[in-house]
Design a protein around this ligand. Structure first.
Ligand SMILES: *[C@@H]1O[C@H](CO)[C@@H](O)[C@H](O)[C@H]1NC(C)=O
Ligand SMILES: *[C@@H]1O[C@H](CO)[C@@H](O)[C@H](O)[C@H]1NC(C)=O
Length: 364
């Protein structure tokens, strides 16, 4: 019996599927569909379905992925114990968004990539920034624009930084004995951003005349993966936690907290010691200004290399404290949402430029 059905190629259903799939691919590649579509499409085959926020959840719109870094938008509850937050990158939710998170570095000079639609009366814009003012270009037009600041400074609305947390009970340090055997390097430094004008470069150049420094990072043509970075820090007795700025208060970064966490003793250069001591127990680190010259510092490090008992003293804090690191930018987004959810008052940040770039004082 002859087949009365049209052959597959002419079946209108196949033709329809072919066209609609092709159209979708075209739309995604040509940017007509939002990135949100891309992230959603693997969870659903229905191309029109959008995630719908729960009735009473707080909507935080991440305007641009910070530094292009994508992360799981559904982790606030599980990872940070923050409930009721709906994080999204779907700009169609702008009119309903309680907060809009904007990372300073992603703002164009002429502000042309900021939202242009009228701002709903209840919506707050959150300015997020985690670099020092010295190394950040200042943009005109940021005053009277944002409502909330998210920053490492203690006087920001939302403060987020690595912290020493008091243990509920003293426990013997386990890290130190483990890492001590692995240490085959005395002093290490990993640096990408090399600038002759930075104090840290001058200090390094002088220090290395008096002690061997195992130097890595992009500047030295040895870029490290995350795992290699951690391994390296574990192998080093001392790590040069040299910040690229020293003018601004409260600016102490993962350059200090990572070696502390991984069992290396940081040698700090940046803010004065008393500022470090606001955040870090004073016997957990060495400060370059504890010594009158790089040579004197080198002598101290060499003597600690020979005296394990003295060296061990830098690990005593581990009995009483643990370090809480911050996971960027996931935690930042969740904290921002939590803040918007709980703090309902009207807020305007009048002079952001002045607050961040002009106020060079130490916060005392
Ligand atoms: C949000 O709505 C759900 C469902 O109506 C309700 O069970 C829950 O208690 C509400 N949560 C808050 C914080 O109002
Ligand atoms: C947020 O700041 C803008 C700009 O200063 C202001 O117009 C708006 O009313 C503020 N909104 C809230 C909810 O505080």
């Amino acid at each position: 019996m002859p087949n009365q059905e049209p052959t597959a190629a002419f079946n209108p259903i196949y033709l329809f599927l072919f066209i609609s799939v092709g159209l979708n691919i075209f739309l995604v590649y040509s940017g007509y569909l939002s990135t949100d579509y891309n992230t959603l499409s693997y969870t659903t085959t229905c191309t029109t379905l959008k995630e719908k926020p729960l009735e009473n959840s707080t909507i935080l719109l991440i305007w641009i992925w910070p530094f292009g870094k994508k992360f799981d938008l559904n982790s606030c509850s599980a990872k940070f114990n923050i409930d009721g937050c709906h994080l999204t990158v779907d700009r169609e939710l702008y009119d309903d968004a309680h907060g809009v998170l904007i990372n300073h570095r992603d703002i164009k000079n002429d502000l042309s990539n900021l939202p242009t639609k009228p701002r709903p009366f209840f919506q707050k814009w959150i300015w997020m920034h985690f670099e020092s003012p010295e190394n950040t270009r200042r943009l005109d037009g940021l005053n009277n624009l944002f409502n909330v600041t998210l920053n490492y400074r203690r006087d920001a609305d939302i403060v987020l930084r690595e912290q020493f947390i008091i243990k509920s009970e003293d426990t013997e340090d386990k890290i130190f004995p483990q890492v001590l055997d692995k240490k085959d390097k005395l002093v290490c430094w990993i640096v990408s951003n090399w600038n002759e004008r930075h104090e840290r470069v001058a200090y390094f150049n002088e220090l290395k005349k008096h002690i061997d420094i195992y130097a890595l990072g992009r500047h030295f043509g040895k870029q490290l993966s995350d795992t290699q970075y951690k391994e390296t820090l574990t192998r080093c007795k001392f790590y040069l936690s040299f910040e690229n700025t020293n003018l601004h208060y409260d600016y102490i970064t993962e350059k200090l907290f990572n070696p502390l966490t991984l069992g290396s003793v940081p040698v700090a250069l940046g803010a004065p010691r008393y500022i470090y001591e606001r955040f870090v127990p004073k016997d957990a680190f060495i400060h370059v200004k504890d010594f009158s010259s790089p040579q004197k510092l080198a002598e101290h490090l060499l003597s600690l290399d020979k005296n394990v008992d003295e060296y061990k003293k830098y690990f005593q804090w581990r009995k009483h404290f643990e370090i809480k690191l911050v996971s960027y930018p996931e935690e930042h987004a969740c904290r921002a949402c939590q803040y918007i959810r709980t703090k309902k008052d009207y807020q305007v940040f009048r002079n952001l430029n002045n607050w961040y770039w002009d106020a060079i004082n130490d916060g005392t």
